[in-house]
Design a protein around this ligand. Structure first.
Ligand code: TYM
Length: 338
C-alpha cells in the first residue's frame, strides 16, 4: 500500500481541503502503517508557480501549510512529509512523461479550461502541463491510493492514462508504473462555498466569507456560519427535500461529515428547524472540531527551524523512494546515463 497525495501551498487551507482530503491523509497514513506500506504527503510548491504568485508569500505559505498538516494529524514520523522543490525527481519525471501525454488529453482538463478561462494565449505553459506534473507526483512512488477531493479525479484518470500508455509503449512487458486509484470521501467529495452553493469552496475565492479557514478562530467561524447564504425554508425531514436547495444541502452535508453521521440522521434530528437554530449548532460543531487544530497550528507555526527540518527529513526519504522508478523510466525510454 502506497498512499500519495499533494496539496498546493497557495492561499489558506480550508474546510473543503480538510474534509475532502486532509482527513483522509490521516486515516490512510494509519492504514498504511498497519499494512507495512508507505504514506507520502507533499506540498505541491512546483504546481503553485503555474499561476502568478509572490515568491515571499509562497515560502511563508509553504511553512504554514506544514504546520497545518501536522496540526491536522499528519505525523512526520509515520508519513513522509515533504515539498516537491526538494525532490528534483518530480520535475524530471514530468519531462519524461511529456513525451507520452497528448495535447488532446490536456485540452480536455476542466481545471485547465476553468483556470485559463478566455485567456488561453496568456496562460503559462506550466498551467497547461500541470496535470503531467501531477501524474509524475504519484507515478514516481508507485502510488496505489491517492486521497483527493472530487475536483482532482479527472487529473488522476489522466495519470492512469499516461501510466497505461507508457507501460504499453515502453514497458517491454513490464509495468514501469502502477495505476493509482483515487480515494474520494463519499460524504465530503465537494464542499461548496458558503456564499454560493453552486461554487466549490476554494482558496482562490476573493471572499474570505466563502470559506472556513483551518486557522480561523471561534468567533470568525461562528460569524461565517451565521452569514452563510441560505434560503428561507426550514430544513426538510429527508434528503429528497434538499433537492434544488444547494446551500442547505451543503450545510447539512458539512454537519454530517463533521459528526461522522449520515445526512438522513442529521435531518431526522434537525428537520423542521429554521437556519436560526441549525446554524449555531453547525458553528459549534465546527469550532469543536477545529479548535484543537488551530491551537496546535499556532504552537507549531512559530518554530521555523522545526518546520524546515520536517521538510528536509521528508525530502531525503522521498528522494530515496523515488530513485528506482525514475531510473526505470529513463532506462525504458532508452536514455543513456553512464
Ligand atoms: P488543492 O491544493 O487545490 O487541494 C488539496 C486537496 O483538497 C481537495 N479539495 C476539496 N475537497 C472537497 N471540497 C472542496 N471544496 C475542496 N477543495 C479542495 C482537493 O481535491 C485536493 O485533494 N492539483 C492538486 C494538488 C496536487 C495533487 C498531486 C493531489 C498536486 N499533485 C498529486 C493529489 C496527487 C491541488 O491543486 O489540490
Amino acid at each position: 500500500m502506497r498512499v500519495v497525495s499533494g496539496i498546493q501551498p497557495t492561499g489558506k487551507p480550508h474546510l473543503g481541503n480538510y474534509l475532502g482530503a486532509i482527513r483522509n491523509y490521516v486515516r490512510l497514513q494509519d492504514d498504511a502503517m498497519r499494512a507495512d506500506g508507505e504514506c507520502l504527503i507533499f506540498l505541491a510548491d512546483l504546481h503553485a508557480i503555474s499561476q502568478p504568485h509572490d515568491p515571499a508569500e509562497l515560502a511563508a505559505s509553504t511553512r504554514e501549510l506544514v504546520a497545518t498538516l501536522v496540526a491536522c494529524g499528519v505525523d512526520p514520523k509515520q508519513a513522509v512529509l515533504f515539498n516537491q522543490a526538494q525532490v528534483p525527481a518530480h520535475a524530471e519525471l514530468q519531462w519524461l512523461l511529456n513525451g507520452t501525454a497528448r495535447m488532446g488529453w490536456l485540452n480536455r482538463m476542466t481545471q485547465w479550461k476553468d483556470k485559463a478561462g478566455k485567456n488561453r494565449e496568456g496562460a503559462s505553459i506550466a498551467l497547461f502541463t500541470y496535470p503531467v506534473l501531477q501524474a509524475a507526483d504519484v507515478l514516481l512512488y508507485q502510488a496505489t491510493h491517492v486521497p483527493v477531493g472530487d475536483d482532482q479525479k479527472q487529473h488522476l484518470e489522466l495519470a492512469r492514462d499516461i501510466a497505461q500508455k507508457f507501460n504499453t509503449d515502453f514497458g517491454a512487458g513490464n509495468e514501469v508504473f502502477t495505476l493509482p486509484d483515487p480515494i474520494v470521501p463519499p460524504d465530503a467529495a465537494r464542499i461548496m462555498s458558503l456564499r454560493d452553493g453552486a461554487a466549490k469552496m476554494s482558496k482562490s475565492d476573493p471572499s474570505d466569507m466563502s470559506r472556513i479557514n483551518l486557522t480561523d478562530d471561534a468567533d470568525t467561524i461562528m460569524q461565517k456560519v451565521r452569514k452563510a447564504k441560505t434560503d428561507p425554508a426550514p430544513l426538510p425531514s429527508d434528503a429528497a427535500g434538499l433537492e434544488g436547495r444547494p446551500e442547505a444541502a451543503n450545510l447539512v452535508g458539512v454537519y454530517a461529515a463533521l459528526a461522522g453521521t449520515s445526512i438522513a440522521q442529521v435531518l431526522a434530528e434537525h428537520g423542521g428547524q429554521g437556519f436560526g437554530a441549525f446554524k449555531p449548532a453547525l458553528g459549534e460543531l465546527l469550532v469543536e472540531t477545529l479548535a484543537p487544530i488551530v491551537a496546535r497550528f499556532r504552537d507549531l507555526r512559530e518554530d521555523r527551524p522545526a518546520l524546515d527540518a520536517i521538510l528536509a527529513d521528508g525530502s531525503a526519504k522521498a528522494r530515496q523512494l523515488a530513485a528506482p522508478t525514475l531510473d526505470a523510466a529513463y532506462a525504458a525510454l532508452g536514455l543513456v546515463r553512464g
